[in-house]
Design a binder for this molecule. Structure first.
Ligand SMILES: Nc1nc2c(ncn2[C@@H]2O[C@H](COP(=O)(O)OP(=O)(O)O)[C@@H](O)[C@H]2O)c(=O)[nH]1
Ligand SMILES: [Mg+2]
Length: 621
């Protein structure tokens, strides 16, 4: 992108997604690292974001444009250090600026920045003092603006406790920082400075509680915190007003070092955006999430993360099925050399391509809890497979028929000219017939219908053949009877061979279905294992941060608040136990549910080796 574009417009009391920006976002299929900046107007946010973009200008600075559109501005750039990632910078415009209209939607802009970003930067001026924290009122409203679950909560379970699992990393940036980083004469880091500012004040009166609220919220919702302090960019007041025109060399050296440090921290530490459960978010998914959120807000509702994930799954899962099926069809067409010598040759390639298709599906799908989409894919692949089997047969049949027609042309000519209707004609006929069969056998790459087509060809000659035999005066009646008998025997033998081939092919089809079944079960199991590991990692991290917060509260002397955390931590531990239990019993119940669905589509798997489906599920675990 050459320049930033307005992504969410906040005007006339209404939030609107800019379709043009949405189109840019949804066309990005790479994972996105999303850095959003929020804070009071005219505190140098846009200038800092431009530095992240490595540009002097881009997001408009307050000094140059009087009335930029309020809302969220977006700039998508190739990530400077993470290959195949896109850096999405989100700048918010006009927060707390009464001149730029109704501040009613400011809280929504703040909430959207939290929901969309993977690193959330809060920008303020001078020091993190009482006033700066008061301006962070938006953070206290988040509990009213974001829902995690769609169903009402169990009484006593506070939903915001789960924010931790979904929220971005938090960075507080202090501009024109005027203090010395010291406590009681001891030098401290900027992170310690932030933590110190977030310490709760003692006292029971409403004023203290009000002051503590944003601190508590930041600590609770954003366990991963970082702070950067910046000096004034220049001490020349006339330059400050239009920093975008000031060359790098005229900026204070300390400011340059600090911004460089900030940028390199963001580039190496800001994570790609994910949703709970490790769902990777690319530009496309981020765009869809944004649409869902804004639609919900406009309808007067509160965005719900669970619903947003579900509605994302509703478009992503069919797309995953499509992508996987397309890969299968393309690869089959590419790898199968029609006609194959045997059915098995085709089925082996099928198994290989099916495996790849399934792993594409597993990679792109999520929350397919009822296995609906996996089932859809199996169904499509089965249909496509039979299409290829049929095509394979048709190509073989056609080729064999053409070849036989060509080889038998002179024989048929001779028959119609009566060449064999002479004494001894039958033996001459037999020789030519043998030669055709021999030549046919010599032909390469006839495919799996070679015998069947030959058999049908020979059957088509039977009547003529018999009449040549019966009218051949050089043969005795007994010889004729013997000959006729032999022909009959041969025909039966050939029929039996064909029947055997049919049975072998049926068996091969069943074995292929058996392999499909196992591959489906295996890949689902693998995905469940990976998802559960991610979930466990997430929950353990939540638990860890809660333990840390609890310890800190105790140290600060807030015994009661620390005790109140106990219940949430117990809930978390229960969830961890359930996930671990599911994992240790091999996800039997989920696999059996899939197994039941698959049996209908892959009946061959069930008939095979006489195993019941339950035991098949168990075999895998
Ligand atoms: N004092 C000071 N001014 C800055 C700083 N960064 C940018 N400015 C100036 O402050 C004004 C507002 O900057 P801008 O980035 O538009 O602020 P925003 O409204 O928060 O996006 C502009 O005139 C900038 O030149 C800074 O770190 N300190
Ligand atoms: Mg700005």
């Amino acid at each position: 992108m050459e320049a930033p574009i307005c992504l969410v417009e906040n005007s006339n009391d209404e939030l609107k997604v800019n379709p043009k920006a949405l189109q840019i976002l949804t066309s990005i299929d790479k994972p996105v690292v999303v850095v959003a900046i929020v804070g009071l107007y005219r505190t140098g946010k846009s200038y800092l974001m431009n530095r992240l973009a490595g540009k002097n200008s881009g997001f408009s600075l307050g000094s140059t444009v009087q009335s930029e559109t309020k809302g969220i501005w977006m700039w998508c750039l190739p990530h400077p250090s993470k290959q195949d990632h896109v850096l999405v910078l989100l700048d918010t415009e006009g927060l707390g600026d009464v001149e730029k209209g109704d501040p009613k939607n400011d809280s929504w802009i703040f909430a959207l920045a939290v929901l969309l970003s993977s690193t959330f930067v809060y920008n303020s001026m001078n020091t993190i003092n009482h006033q700066a924290l008061e301006q962070m009122q938006y953070v206290t409203e988040l509990t009213k603006l974001i829902k995690i679950k769609s169903s009402p909560n169990v009484v006593g379970e506070e939903e915001s406790e789960e924010f931790v699992g979904f929220f971005p990393d938090f960075v507080w940036v202090v501009r024109d920082f005027t203090l010395e980083l010291k406590i009681d004469g001891r030098p401290i880091t900027s992170d310690e400075y932030l933590e110190n500012a977030l310490k709760l004040s003692k006292g029971k009166n409403p004023r203290v509680e009000m002051a503590n609220l944003p601190r508590e919220c930041i600590r609770k919702f954003f366990p991963k915190r970082k702070c950067f302090t910046f000096d004034r960019p220049t001490n020349d007041k006339s330059l400050l007003a239009h920093l975008e025109d000031v060359p790098e060399s005229q900026l204070e050296a300390s400011f340059r070092t600090q911004t460089d440090y900030f940028c390199s921290y963001i580039f190496s530490n800001a994570k790609p955006k994910t949703l709970s459960g490790g769902i990777m978010i690319n530009g496309n998914r981020l765009g869809k999430l944004l649409e869902t959120y804004v639609k919900t807000i406009s309808s007067g509702d509160v965005p719900c993360l669970e619903n947003a994930v579900l509605s994302l799954a509703q478009t992503e899962n069919p797309a995953a099925v499509q992508k996987a099926a397309q890969h299968y069809v393309e690869q089959m067409a590419l790898k199968v050399d029609f006609p194959t010598e045997t059915l098995q040759d085709l089925l082996s390639i099928h198994t290989e391509c099916e495996k790849e298709a399934l792993s594409i599906f597993m990679k792109h799908s999520f929350k397919d809890d009822t296995h609906k989409y996996q089932k859809d894919l199996v169904q499509i692949l089965e249909t496509e497979k039979y299409g290829f089997i049929r095509q394979n047969e048709e190509v073989s049949t056609k080729y064999c028929q053409d070849q036989l027609e060509h080889l038998s042309w002179s024989l048929k000519e001779a028959i119609s000219e009566g060449t064999f209707s002479v004494p001894g004609g039958y033996n001459i006929y037999r020789k030519e017939r043998e030669e055709i069969i021999n030549n046919y056998h010599q032909l390469p790459r006839k495919g799996l219908k070679a015998d069947e087509v030959l058999q049908r060809f020979l059957e088509s000659l039977a009547v003529t053949e018999d009449s040549i035999l019966q009218t051949d005066q050089a043969l005795t009646e007994q010889e004729k009877a013997l000959q006729a008998e032999q022909i009959k025997r041969e025909a039966i033998e050939k029929k039996n061979e064909l029947l055997k081939q049919e049975q072998v092919e049926m068996q091969q089809n069943m074995e292929a279905q058996q392999r499909s079944y196992e591959e489906n079960m295996n890949q689902l199991k693998k995905k469940m294992e990976e998802d559960t590991n991610k979930l466990l990692e997430e929950k353990n991290m939540m638990l860890e941060s809660k333990l840390k917060e609890q310890k800190q509260l105790m140290e600060e002397g807030f015994q009661k608040k620390a005790e109140e955390m106990e219940k949430t931590m117990e809930d978390l531990q229960t969830k961890i136990k359930v996930a671990e239990k599911n994992k240790s019993n091999g996800f039997c119940q989920f696999l059996d549910a899939l197994g039941t669905l698959l049996m209908v589509l892959l009946p061959g798997a069930g008939k095979f080796v006489g195993l019941g489906l339950k035991s098949l599920g168990n075999l895998l675990s």
